[in-house]
Design a protein. Structure first.
Length: 167
């Protein structure tokens, strides 16, 4: 799939209004598009692309786990494993993209407010394609709750309930 080629942030929010009217994404959001929405940057931007989105409701993203990830140098050099906390962070970043695509959240930031029921079921290693899915459950004022899951080859690697604040 090609990038939407969104040249600036205003185009991205126009795009999110288009989606909010019931339209669907025909193309993916690239890392450059994601950087227009969330403040994370390399090496801590953990999402590579967004492949499905219903802003403020649900989102599906991809993280291609490379052997060159900075954390593999110490976790663990002879048996590289993606740290579970970074898988949860990847879930949170993916959810943040969904929330920040809503026009009323333009220019805001999403922060962790809590993590519940985090479970790790499968080791994530270099070469894995981590598929992240987040469903928003509740949203009142500036606090929200969501359920996230990350899978590798259709097998659950991690699930977590996250709470977030928009500031």
């Amino acid at each position: 799939m090609k990038s939407n080629g969104l040249a600036n942030t205003d185009q991205l929010w126009s795009f999110s209004k288009y989606i909010a009217k019931g339209n669907t994404i025909m193309n993916k959001l690239t890392k450059k598009d994601i950087e227009k929405l969330i403040p994370h940057r390399s090496p801590f931007l953990l999402i590579d692309e967004i492949i499905e989105i219903d802003p403020g409701k649900s989102i599906k993203g991809i993280k291609y786990v490379s052997k060159d990830e900075y954390y593999f140098k110490g976790h663990f050099p002879s048996n590289p494993i993606m740290p579970g906390v970074l898988i949860v962070e990847t879930i949170a970043q993916t959810g943040a993209v969904s929330v920040l695509m809503l026009p009323e959240n333009k220019g805001k930031i999403v922060l962790f407010a809590g993590i519940d029921k985090a479970r790790f079921k499968k080791i994530v290693k270099p070469g894995d394609k981590l598929v992240i899915e987040v469903e928003m459950e509740k949203f009142r004022r500036n606090i929200g709750k969501a359920k996230g899951r990350a899978t590798v080859d259709g097998e659950l690697a991690c699930s977590a309930d996250i709470m977030f604040a928009i500031g």
